[in-house]
Each structure stands twice: as structure tokens, then as C-alpha cells.
Design a protein around this ligand. Structure first.
Ligand SMILES: [Fe+2]
Length: 482
């Protein structure tokens, strides 16, 4: 615990802020700082995506989500591990690298220098490709929800360019950062939202052989901020947050789009149940709340169960301070809630399963859309007070029993990825791969935890920090020899 640490906090704010520094260098090396042993059955590649650059030409981006997408890969083979990182060469990244200054308006807060005169009536956005990454049907795609994905070389992480998925995304259709692999079919299901006074919702199906098609297309009344979705045996499930966009400051160039969002007073959260086999969409209004991420969904006795991280308020930018000085005590907590929907009568029941801030939930890949028992997530060190994510959590959603492994005070975690043990049968028999920034050493480590008891098996020490990332994926392919 450092002197600067508030005694009520599990962390020192300056330590947390250290994870939001640009990682300029692009590197590739074998990891030799290893404590413990890499599990024999762990083979493949962990890809992670997140903002890696937070300023340009001496001017800081206003929000971390405006940061340029950087891919990290940790490859495992033969008991060894290899690290690599590379920025996604988006059009904005290439142009701003050449110019040495910010040229683009961003979604979450960063405007071009020059205020009103350079930002007014500019409706373009920089596709920063920083939110998610998926490998399916031979394509490695860096995802950003308001635009098509960028395709990358899984061996070199080189950017090939925007991918319209064989023309399916013609006209720049958006492709969200939250696809889900349906274990029943092996297909990757994704969606895209184009919103305004009303919303167009596209659902995409990507087959393992590389085929892509629009599964269905829907018009949803009103503005929709939808970041994630869930699937169950018979439904695609979307929660339409009760949000409104105040357009004037955006149009006039005083604010970025993300800063003009607010909770719409008196509006409910709307649950969209889209039958997978066609049929009319059912829209069910319920109490207002806000959701970025769903854990999982399934059907039981005619009811649809959806587990999500739920906030009672929308998380707004703290305009009085730099994002590196975020006051976590002013942020709403995100608890894991269970929502049960009866499609026959539209009745909704909801209750919290975990009363502690958590985010980036995961389940065993074979349990997606099916009854399940274990949710894994990143969580705060202690209940009762919001804070950065410093712990890995495991929740038994049947019994309510929760386990935590905290890296406080100097460790700050990112989304843990669950990798099933190849010969395992139990739902929690596998490993959690978690990138943890250790402020004390100003380095990041990839930790391998046992999914059964959250014990730490292995620490892979990197030679530098990795800025806090958003989403990742694990695939059994290694793609390179090392
Ligand atoms: Fe997300």
C-alpha cells in the first residue's frame, strides 16, 4: 500500500492511472519471466483488443474508449509462451500518425482542436477498432461497434483493412463488438445497430466455413444504445437501454456523441425477444436500468433467463476532470442481475445474484445459450464501494456462492478469458487467462488461474505495461512457430 493510497480505498488512484498510458512500442518476444508452469494442455492464442494510445501531438484524448485499438497476442505451445502487440492500422491511425496530430472527431469525447469551427456539422467518426476481437471462419477481425471490422493477419497482426464480410456489410453496415459463438451450430452470431430517430438492427450469421449472411433485419422504434446481446434456444435477446441523444451540442460540435447520451426520464428498459426461427418480435417494457454486457441466457420451464451486469444509472463522463482522475465513488455500481421473462404473459422478474461491482462476464463456451452454473468476471476488491477492477470473480449462479481472487492493492485486472481444459468435463475445469497491470513494478503480467478454485497457477511477466484492454478471445490455433 502506497502513501498516496486513501485508507478507504483498495488502491492508489495514481497506480490505477498508470494503466492508461500509451504503449508506443510494437514488440514480439518469447516470455522468459515465468513463475509456475504453463499447464500442459494449454495451447493456442489469446488475442486481446483495447485502446493502446491515448494522445496525439501532445493532446490527450478525452475518453479512453477513443484510444486507438491495439491487439495483444499471447501464444502458448509446448509449455512456452510468446507475446506480440500491434496497433490496428485504421484509416484514422495512419492519417494521424503521418500528421502527428488529432484529425478526427471521436465518439466518446475527443474532438478535433479548434472547437466549434472545426467540429460543427461533422457527423463522421474515427473507427478506432479497439473494442473486441474474434477469429472465425479463417478471419481475424478487430471490432468496433459502429462500423465494419478490420481484418488482421493472425500470425503477424498486420492490418489488411476494413472487411465488408463478402459484401454483407456493404454501405458500411455496423458490426458490433459482441458476437457469440452458438455451440449448438458452431456459427458465430453477431449484430449491428444503426440508430437515430429509429433504429435498424441487423443480425448476422457467420458459419465456420467463412460464409456470412444477414440472418434477419428489424426496425426498432426510437434511439437504441445496444452494446451486447444474448441468445437462448429459441430467441435472440436484446435489452434496449432507456437512452436519449441530445443532438444539439453534438451537431454544433461542442460535444462528442457519447457525451450527449442521457437516461430518458420515464422511459422503461425494453426487452426485445426475436424468435430465431422467424415470427413477430416481442417487446416487453420493464423497470429502467442500463446494461452493457450480458453474462448468458437460457430457457427453463417456458421462461427466458437472462443474466446481465446491470446499472441503475448511465455512466457519464466526469466532465470536471481528466479520465485518469476518475472518481470511482461517483460511478454507479454494476451488479450481476438475473432477469426472468415469461414470453406468454410479458411478466418480468429481476433480482441481483452478486451485489458487488463486476464487469466483463464470461461463461464456459459450451454453455452459451444453455443452462449454466458458473459465471466468471472481473470485479472490485471489496463490496460496498465502487473502485477499479482488481479481482477475478467466480459466481455459482445456482447457489449464489462467490469466490474472489484479488490483486489489490497494486494489481488491476482486465476481462478474464475462460479456456476449458481439453479433456475436462466439469463446467469449471479450465483456466482463466487474465492480463493484470502491476503498478508496483509498472509491468503487466498474464496470470493463469485455475477455474475451479481461482488459485494462481502461473505468472507470465511481460517486459512492459499493457494498457487496460476491453475484450479478448482464445483460439486453439497458434499461427506461428516460435
Ligand atoms: Fe463490451
Amino acid at each position: 500500500m502506497t502513501a498516496a493510497q486513501d485508507s478507504r480505498n483498495s488502491y492508489a488512484p495514481a497506480d490505477w492511472a498508470g494503466g492508461y498510458r500509451t504503449l508506443e512500442a510494437e514488440q514480439a518476444y518469447g516470455i522468459d519471466d515465468i513463475e509456475g508452469t504453463i499447464p500442459a494442455g494449454l495451447a493456442g492464442t489469446l488475442f486481446r483488443n483495447g485502446p493502446g494510445r491515448f494522445e496525439r501531438g501532445g493532446v490527450s484524448y478525452k475518453h479512453p474508449f477513443d484510444g486507438d485499438g491495439m491487439i495483444s497476442a499471447v501464444r502458448f505451445a509446448g509449455g512456452r509462451a510468446y507475446f506480440q502487440n500491434r496497433f490496428v492500422r485504421t484509416e484514422g491511425f495512419i492519417q494521424e500518425s503521418a500528421a502527428g496530430r488529432i484529425l478526427s472527431k471521436n465518439v466518446f469525447g475527443t474532438l478535433r482542436p479548434g472547437g466549434f469551427w472545426t467540429n460543427a456539422f461533422d457527423f463522421g467518426f474515427k473507427n478506432v477498432a479497439n473494442t473486441g476481437i474474434v477469429y472465425h471462419g479463417g478471419r481475424l477481425l478487430a471490432l468496433w461497434e459502429a462500423a465494419p471490422p478490420h481484418r488482421l493477419d493472425p500470425a503477424s497482426l498486420e492490418t489488411f483493412g476494413l472487411d465488408d464480410l463478402a459484401g454483407v456489410l456493404c454501405g458500411g453496415k455496423p458490426f458490433a463488438a459482441h458476437p457469440r459463438l452458438d455451440p449448438a451450430t458452431g456459427d458465430l452470431i453477431s449484430f449491428g445497430v444503426r440508430t437515430g430517430l429509429q433504429t435498424l438492427l441487423y443480425i448476422y450469421r457467420l458459419s465456420p466455413d467463412g460464409g456470412v449472411r444477414i440472418e434477419s433485419e428489424h426496425t426498432v422504434p426510437g434511439f437504441a444504445f445496444v452494446h451486447d446481446f444474448a441468445l437462448s434456444e429459441n430467441y435472440w435477446i436484446f435489452f434496449q437501454n432507456p437512452m436519449a441523444l441530445d443532438p444539439l451540442p453534438f451537431v454544433l460540435g461542442f460535444k462528442a456523441a457519447g457525451e450527449c447520451l442521457r437516461l430518458a426520464p420515464g422511459e422503461p428498459t425494453r426487452i426485445l425477444l426475436i424468435p430465431r426461427n422467424g415470427g413477430p418480435v416481442q417487446t416487453i417494457a420493464t423497470d429502467p436500468f442500463f446494461v452493457f454486457h450480458h453474462v448468458n441466457a437460457f430457457e427453463r420451464e417456458g421462461r427466458i433467463v437472462v443474466d446481465s451486469i446491470r446499472y441503475e444509472e448511465y455512466i457519464t463522463t466526469q466532465e470536471d476532470r481528466d479520465f485518469r482522475q476518475t472518481d470511482f465513488s461517483r460511478l454507479p455500481e454494476g451488479w450481476l442481475w438475473r432477469t426472468q421473462i415469461d414470453p406468454a404473459n410479458g411478466r418480468v422478474e429481476a433480482r441481483p445474484l452478486l451485489r458487488r461491482s463486476a464487469e466483463f462476464p464470461q461463461v464456459h463456451p459450451d454453455r452459451v445459450g444453455r443452462p449454466y452454473r458458473f459465471a466468471f468476471a472481473a470485479a472490485v476488491h471489496a463490496a460496498g464501494r465502487n473502485a477499479p477492477l482488481q479481482a477475478i470473480a467466480k459466481l455459482d449462479v445456482e447457489t449464489g456462492q462467490a469466490l474472489f481472487h484479488s490483486f489489490a492493492p497494486s494489481g488491476f485486472v482486465s476481462e478474464p478469458i475462460f479456456v476449458p481444459r481439453p479433456d475436462g468435463t466439469a463446467e469449471d475445469d479450465g483456466w482463466l487467462l487474465a492480463m493484470v497491470y502491476d503498478a508496483r513494478r509498472d509491468r503487466s503480467d498474464l496470470w493463469i488461474l485455475d477455474g475451479r478454485d481461482l488459485s494462481c497457477l502461473t505468472r507470465l511477466g511481460l517486459k512492459h505495461h499493457v494498457p487496460y484492454s476491453l475484450h479478448g478471445t482464445f483460439v486453439p490455433e497458434v499461427f506461428v512457430h516460435f
